[in-house]
Write a protein that binds this ligand. Structure first.
Ligand code: ARG
Length: 465
């Protein structure tokens, strides 16, 4: 990046007696990171210029010159040939200066009725709207991968846990759909936040609006905004929409992190519930037997990073008086990194989930070891007339006995079982089986394979695939 201290280059240098120090220039410049907004900046400028022409503030010739110059700048940026200069501070002044070099006075007229304050707010909103759409697309990909696994494993029994202790048998497909539900809400949150992102700040100018007869609605329409920010001070100063987006992303990462944690546990030899594709694992340089789940571990780690960005943005905002303050320049790096992190993580997880190989035998063994059908036995007694609390007590004794014998409940003989309750009959062995337990939870939201299949169809339809 070119760096020159020639203060004359600066758009605002007229008022100053000495050049900005090199340190201050480096400290205040944002072009190193906000050049990422360049194409949105151009899009916003073209809409602004078209409006200026329409209301008589630019001639047709000027507008044509601006459009031609911007087209060239766009090509230069896309080809990686644009020369960014730190002396020109940010993406906006770099592009404006190049435009002026290319088309002369028309370029200098572009900034009529506009400030960098409403310009930058517009650019971020355009970028964020685009980014939200990209993230939604990946979220849908992940939801589909989870639904596919759920469909393939509606009948696969695994132990469900509470307190990380075996609790009750569940369908592996049901477990997959629990994550699908989380990611589907994450998508809803993004859709909701998008409505508030999708408002036009341009026209607020520096903070108070402008004395020119601008047409904000026309600009909004051209840029695809759903409306304009109706208070000029608010338009240039608040970044609540960015905070909302980052909060939604922190939740996405939190959900990915929980899934990661489970995958990491599940692929240990103690669980052995799943195998992850080799392409997502790494070995150890010292222990030849190791296959480490690096991708889920990193995703779990990166969650902290996105949570950090959320806190950074909240803190950035909390002490700012109205209206625009340079503090807001600090919104970009957390936002960009949040988007990059979430997008990369989701892309990796789509493949990871699709390539994951569940191990039904290992899950079944674990479900059989943990007295997972004890509740079913209690429910059996309740259905025979025993109050639930008494049933609970009777089954607790049965479990204790089985633990002492080192066997499963289903391995106790009928006479022994009847020692815990006279209500127990030969049909008890049906409810002690894993499949029977699962199938009996056959209601909306339950884990019965039949319900899982209903949900698979419903969830798939909700994505439209
Ligand atoms: N680079 C600045 C930002 O990101 C653009 C707005 C600067 N406005 C100003 N009055 N200095 O916020």
């Amino acid at each position: 990046m070119a760096g020159s201290l020639d203060n004359k280059q600066q758009a605002w240098s007229g008022r100053f007696n000495e050049p900005v120090s090199e340190l201050a220039q480096r400290f205040t410049a944002s072009v190193g990171f906000d050049q990422r907004l360049a194409l949105f900046d151009i899009e916003g400028s073209l809409a602004h210029a078209a409006m200026l022409e329409k209301v008589g503030l630019l001639t047709k010739t000027d507008l044509a010159a601006i459009e031609k110059g911007m087209a060239q700048i766009r090509e230069e940026i896309l080809a990686g040939q644009f020369e960014w200069s730190i002396a020109l501070e940010d993406v906006h002044l770099n592009i404006e200066k190049r435009l002026t070099d290319l088309v002369g006075d028309a370029g200098k007229r572009l900034h009529t009725a506009r400030s960098r304050n409403d310009q930058v707010a517009t650019d971020i909103r355009l970028w964020l709207r685009h980014t939200i759409d990209e993230i939604r697309c990946q979220l849908q990909g992940l939801r589909i991968a989870l639904i596919n696994q759920a469909e393939a494993h509606a009948d696969t029994v695994m132990p469900g846990f509470t307190h990380l202790q075996v609790a009750q048998p569940i369908s592996f497909g049901h477990h997959m759909l629990a994550y699908e539900a989380m990611f589907s809400r994450d998508e809803e949150r993004l859709i909701d936040a998008r409505r508030r992102v999708n408002r036009l700040p341009l026209g607020a100018a520096a903070l108070a609006g402008t004395s020119y007869p601008i047409d904000r609605e026309a600009v909004a329409k051209r840029l695809g905004f759903e409306g304009v920010c109706e208070n000029s001070l608010d338009a240039v100063s608040d970044r609540d929409f960015a905070i909302e987006f980052t909060a939604a992303c922190a939740l996405i990462m939190t959900h990915v992190s929980r899934l990661s944690e489970e995958l990491i546990l599940w692929m240990t030899s103690r669980y052995g519930f799943v195998q992850l594709p080799d392409r997502f694992c790494t070995g150890s340089s010292i222990m030849p037997q190791k296959k480490n789940p690096d991708v889920p571990e990193l995703a779990r780690g990166k969650t902290g990073r996105v949570n950090g960005h959320l806190v950074a943005l909240l803190t950035l905002m909390k002490g700012q008086p109205l209206a625009y303050n340079k503090d807001n320049q600090e919104d970009k790096e957390p936002l960009f990194d949040t988007a990059d992190t979430v997008l990369d993580t989701l892309k990796a997880f789509i493949e990871l989930v699709a390539g994951m190989q569940p191990q039904p035998e290992a899950m079944r063994r674990a479900a059989l070891e943990g007295y997972a059908t004890a509740t079913d036995l209690a429910d059996y007694l309740v259905k025979k007339g025993l109050p639930f609390r008494d049933a609970h007590e009777a089954v607790a004794h049965a479990v204790r006995h089985a633990v002492e014998q080192g066997c499963g409940l289903e391995q106790l003989d009928l006479a022994t079982m009847q020692g815990f309750s006279q209500l127990i009959e030969a049909d008890v062995f049906e409810v002690l089986g894993l499949e029977g337990s699962l199938a009996s939870r056959n209601h909306l939201g339950g884990t019965a394979p039949a319900q899982v299949r209903i949900q698979v169809a419903k969830r798939r339809a909700s994505i439209g695939s």
